[in-house]
Design a protein around this ligand. Sequence first.
Ligand SMILES: [Zn+2]
Length: 158
Amino acid sequence: MTQEQHSSTAQLDSTDRPAFEAAYQAAQKSLAGGGIPIGAALARNGEVAASGHNERVQNADPIAHGEMSALRAAGRQKTYRNTTLYTTLAPCAMCAGTIIQFKIPRVVVGEARTFDGELELLRSRGVEVVVLDDQRCVDMMRTFQADHPELWAEDIAE
Ligand SMILES: [Zn+2]
């Protein structure tokens, strides 16, 4: 483990770890099912409310990004105050828009190296963004992007 990874992982407090792990495990589940390995989880006050993963391939659903699937799984919420959304990869414009729409105050991102997403948009709207630069997430996406360039290009509309 490099020093950089060590210090970034240290940004996770004890209440963050189970939810981030739920997001990572959801991504692994998607990969095992032939899908895109991006997972997410919604937690309130450290309690995991729901997790989900990208279901573009599994459900032929272009909108089912990991974050959208986790929010759908969590169902209706009176408020997103006190919630954190955990995701293995930087949110795209669609997911960032949803985060802003629901006023989710905090987002923990596994990595933003393989896709830099819309972190500045989130920050500009007052969302606290924590980027972990988690090596497991980087490796997971690099392997997937190399093995399935066409699926990856489709997911980010390129
Ligand atoms: Zn997205």
